[in-house]
Design a protein around this ligand. Structure first.
Ligand SMILES: Cc1cc2nc3c(=O)[nH]c(=O)nc-3n(C[C@H](O)[C@H](O)[C@H](O)COP(=O)(O)OP(=O)(O)OC[C@H]3O[C@@H](n4cnc5c(N)ncnc54)[C@H](O)[C@@H]3O)c2cc1C
Length: 481
């Protein structure tokens, strides 16, 4: 049996680190358990975009904004499918979180705050991002953790240590602590007055993804640490798992060669029409167009993609677009791209998601599409280019697709965050289906479900910011010992 703690935080990632730091600063003896050899969780991968209204940075730029407007925008973007109580809590805490990061030396990208179009756009410039994305956030948290550990001596950080169960006498009874397995393979029980599940989502667990997310195909860009174990243990303890029906993929990513089902977020093609109007058409696995490629609403494009059973499409273009159009493969988040001309040429020679052929029909055969369907889609699109009227309402019609060789890149709807998670109340206590709290058990971050704050949409910054904010709020205000 390990010592008794005031607070046990499971998962030293985006939400867990601020929880542990804030609780220790308030006097708690904290056990911080992390299965990986390093802290940080998804921050190692995340773009780290945050959203907040009423920050000092906005004021300095004369941007008028307030949490009420943030709330309305988030509910509009989510088509009112997000949880209004928790969105309200998140937007009211958000500015404090950004201001705190700045006080801690966060390196903000000087272009931000701005309106970001990669997700459905907010009405005002309230998206923030560090110069190194999620790593900039982690840099601040790492420094703050080290400082708090040294100053208070109250955080017992256990890396390479996995929670393998919650201590509880019966489901829905008070949670007394956790069972953990450390580096030495020994199982230990640690008791604590509060257990906080900040274990992240489940995008790296295909079986759980299928089970919780209505069997949608999984093309995952998530961290390998996102195995959903905290959600499962929370459910076994009496927590209610909700929002699996609110999945929406991100538009769209290319499978990593030799790693089916996995997407490198930073290699995604630039499909944001506000950044790069498209020169290509997008077609289904059969070869039919399914959406206006320049539809200004990414949410509309994402819903159209989700309607395809395999959530897969081909980006089809010709040599003229390849030579003349702006780069399709570049860093869509800005900054340097790893897509050099040599890498692109090699991909067309070797990568199974990249195809090229001298005719549209041959291209269709190479991609497993119906040749007549793809040829019809290209003829139809080219007619739209010549008349200025596109069947799907596309307005950017730069040139017909006519010059061989023709090219196609296979893309998929991408999972960045998973929708289902543990239901929590306003105090972030894990609750059962009837709303009754499971005593002593709390959750924050993606463990409460990505859809809780985004609904069936992707509300920009509404994963990282609330993970940080709710963690701080738990440690500073909610947990008692
Ligand atoms: C490529 C990518 C880009 C993204 N971009 C954005 C963005 O720009 N803006 C935004 O808002 N969101 C974004 N997201 C989503 C966002 O980053 C995540 O939702 C958020 O970081 C999750 O935070 P978390 O604390 O819940 O989980 P994590 O940060 O993943 O932390 C969970 C931690 O728990 C540990 N853990 C899990 N189970 C156990 C166990 N049983 N025992 C011990 N430890 C355990 C894990 O190892 C991990 O370290 C992105 C996600 C991805 C993948």
């Amino acid at each position: 049996m390990a010592d008794a703690y005031d607070v046990i935080v499971v998962g030293a990632g985006t939400a867990g680190l601020p929880t542990a730091i804030a609780a220790a600063e308030r006097g708690a003896r904290v056990l911080l358990v992390e299965q990986a050899p390093d802290i940080g969780g998804t921050l190692h991968l995340s773009a780290g975009q945050m959203s907040a209204a009423g920050t000092r940075l906005q004021a300095a730029r004369g941007i008028q904004d307030e949490p009420k407007l943030h709330f309305e925008d988030a509910m509009r973007i989510s088509k009112r499918t997000a949880d209004p109580r928790l969105v309200n809590l998140a937007v009211n805490l958000a500015a404090g979180t950004i201001d705190w990061l700045m006080d801690e030396g966060f390196e903000m990208d000087p272009e931000y705050p701005k309106i970001f179009y990669g997700h459905e756009a907010y009405g005002v410039a309230r998206t923030y991002r560090g110069v190194e994305g999620g790593l900039s956030v982690l840099r601040v948290l790492r420094k703050a953790l080290r400082r708090t550990m040294l100053r208070t001596g109250r955080i017992d950080l256990r890396l390479d240590t996995t929670m393998i169960g919650l201590l509880q006498d019966a489901p829905a009874a008070p949670v007394r602590g956790v069972k953990i397995r450390g580096r030495d393979g020994q199982d230990v029980e640690a008791t604590g007055k509060n257990v906080v599940l900040t274990t992240g989502g489940y995008g790296a667990n295909p079986r759980l993804f299928s089970f919780l997310t209505q069997n949608h195909p999984l093309f995952s860009a998530t961290s390998i640490t996102s195995n959903g174990s905290g959600i499962m243990f929370g459910a076994r303890a009496g927590g209610f798992v909700r929002n699996g029906d609110k999945f929406l993929p991100t538009f769209g990513g290319i499978e990593i060669e030799g790693n089916p089902g996995k997407i490198d977020f930073y290699d995604m093609p630039n499909l944001t029409p506000q950044q790069r109007p498209p020169w290509e058409i997008f077609v289904t696995s059969e070869g039919a167009r399914f959406v206006a490629e320049d539809h200004p609403s990414v949410d509309a494009r994402e819903h159209a993609l989700m309607a395809l059973p395999d959530m897969t499409f081909w980006i089809v273009y010709d040599e003229h677009a390849h030579e003349t159009g702006p780069s399709l493969l570049g860093n869509w988040l800005g900054g340097e791209s790893t897509w050099t001309p040599e890498r692109i040429a090699r991909a067309f020679r070797e990568h199974p998601s990249f195809r090229t052929a001298q005719s549209v029909e041959d291209l269709a055969v190479q991609c497993g599409m119906q040749p007549r369907m793809l040829a019809g889609a290209v003829i139809d699109y080219n007619q739209g280019v010549s008349t200025g009227r596109d069947r799907f309402g596309r307005t950017h019609l730069p040139a017909p697709l006519a010059k061989p060789p023709f090219r196609a890149i296979k893309a998929h709807g991408v999972v960045l965050k998973t929708p289902a998670g543990l239901a929590v109340n306003d105090s972030l206590q894990v609750v059962g289906k009837d709303g009754t709290p499971v005593p002593n058990l709390y959750a924050a971050g993606e463990a409460i479900g990505g859809a809780t704050l985004s609904g069936q949409s992707f509300v920009g910054g509404m994963s990282v910011t609330p993970a940080l904010s709710f963690g701080r709020y738990l440690g500073r205000n909610l947990l008692t010992w």
